[in-house]
Design a binder for this molecule. Sequence first.
Ligand SMILES: [Zn+2]
Length: 181
Amino acid sequence: MSDIKKLPDWIDPSRLAQTHAQLEGYLSMRAMDVLKQHTEGDLSALNVFCRLNFSVQSKRIICEGQLQADLPLLCQRCLEVMTFRVEKPLSYCFLEPGESDEQIDAAYEALWLEEVPLKLAELLEEELVLSLPFIAKHEQCPSLSDEIAEILIESEDIPAPEPEMDEAPKPNPFAALDQLK
Ligand SMILES: [Zn+2]
């Protein structure tokens, strides 16, 4: 893994797309202040890894890839720090400011290039914040005895109120919860 490079801090998607550039490497979470508010402890030694493939498809600037990070979260059952693995595919279609996203394939997330270059850490930080579980919990809390854990899990089974649904279906930000079940 020693050949994994640091990703550039700033990227110009249209330039990268013209050369069909592939970026692969890591970025520090040191400066991810929004993410810091949702995680536990020091992020400065932690990295997010990602791979990004830029291309031009039907004259659109496309970026596809994947990110991976291990986030320290506080388990809401035993109140100890746990590691939450985020693995997420990325599919962007970059648009000029004011350009309509009506013709965009639904597989891509439309992103408007309000400022170029783009700060890559901000983009990745947003993806990480969106991947956070609604309530972080160990699958099995290491410090709790089985009986206590069972009582706590039963008490969590009280149904929560239904979240209000918007009219248009959106990607479920709590989908990560399902992976914990
Ligand atoms: Zn726990």
